[in-house]
Design a binder for this molecule. Sequence first.
Ligand SMILES: Nc1ncnc2c1ncn2[C@@H]1O[C@H](COP(=O)(O)OP(=O)(O)OP(=O)(O)O)[C@@H](O)[C@H]1O
Ligand SMILES: [Mg+2]
Length: 398
Amino acid sequence: MGEKNRDKITEVLINKQKNESIARLVGGVAHDFNNIISIISGNAQLCLMMLEEPNQELKEHILSILKVSERASKLIKQLLTTSKKHDTEFKILNINKVIKNLLNLLKETMGENIQMTTALDKDIRYIMANQTNLEQVILNLAVNAKDAMPDGGKILIKTENIEISEKEEHKVPVIHTDKIKPGKYVKINFEDTGVGIPRENLYKIFEPYFTTKPKEIGTGLGLAVVLGVVEKHNGYINVESEVGKGTKFTIYLPAISEMENIEHEKAEYAEYEKLKGNGEIILYVEDEDELRKTVFKMLSSSGYRVISCKSFKEALKQLKKHRDEIQLLFSDIILTDGHGLKLAKEASKQYPDLKILLTSGYSDNTVRLNSIRASGYDYIPKPYSMVELLEKIKEKIS
Ligand SMILES: Nc1ncnc2c1ncn2[C@@H]1O[C@H](COP(=O)(O)OP(=O)(O)OP(=O)(O)O)[C@@H](O)[C@H]1O
Ligand SMILES: [Mg+2]
């Protein structure tokens, strides 16, 4: 197993868990910090008042204490607001989307000898959830599955809608104190073909600090976090396992009601309708074939006319040909025969009314990003969703 890969995924996880613990820490101690800062700055103010007049040098030192105290208290306020947001942001979510967003990272980190498959119900209900938390759950389960399959194997992630009736209590997970409430749920299965879990450990695994892994690998907190998140969402988790065969985790998260579902879909649709174009012409430059096709489809099915091309040279040619018709140049930064920023400069020199939007992947270094920002051109980072792209375009050409 590539240690590097495990490192990468745990790094992401640690960051998420760290954020969570920072949020808790900040919430807990911010009050104390504020008190401490008040004492420091209060005393500094007193010193200032008691100071004999001509001692300018001392005065400056005290003023400097006051200045940093103010900075510190601002910082605390800022931390407090971000941590609050972090902890409580619940949104209507599609669990499939959350999983799909993580798939690239997962596939990359699982390594070649682990085969990942998904079976995502395309009509999956929406849930009310905290995205970061759900990502934590999936990533923790994935790291565990990987650890359980040192010689490779298979992972299956499956989602489906399920309705739990009163009769189905026998299937109910046992680790929760409450019985599962009848109702509509989204069910997530996470299955591996790993070493399995011995019967006597089956429910201990959710206890904080329970681990069978060497100290430098496992903290035993992964599944405790998973359980915590599931319960925070009023959901349930179950585990079934057979030693030598594999393990299956099943998570139930309450789906939002029929009414809310319809309302949400309506709202999403109305949102999208507002974002559609009115036959405006976009020159789209992207050298990656698949992406170009996809975005072309996205835009042309959303009310825009799109001229797509794959190179710097071609773009200049098209600009010349359709000089007064093109309203927006939407270009990738790295092109095989030139730089998107250069294309933008060239184009806006020749056609001052042309709107410009640039894009590029994460692999670009910050120096480059900074040069884009400095140039004043609008920028949308990859990957972007269709709605994000349409919003950005609307912002540019309406
Ligand atoms: N998919 C799995 N297959 C086999 N055993 C598992 C699986 N998932 C969890 N376990 C067992 O449950 C234990 C607890 O898991 P948990 O994720 O809480 O902690 P950990 O993986 O040991 O450490 P950490 O997650 O902090 O790196 C693991 O040590 C392992 O013995
Ligand atoms: Mg773990």
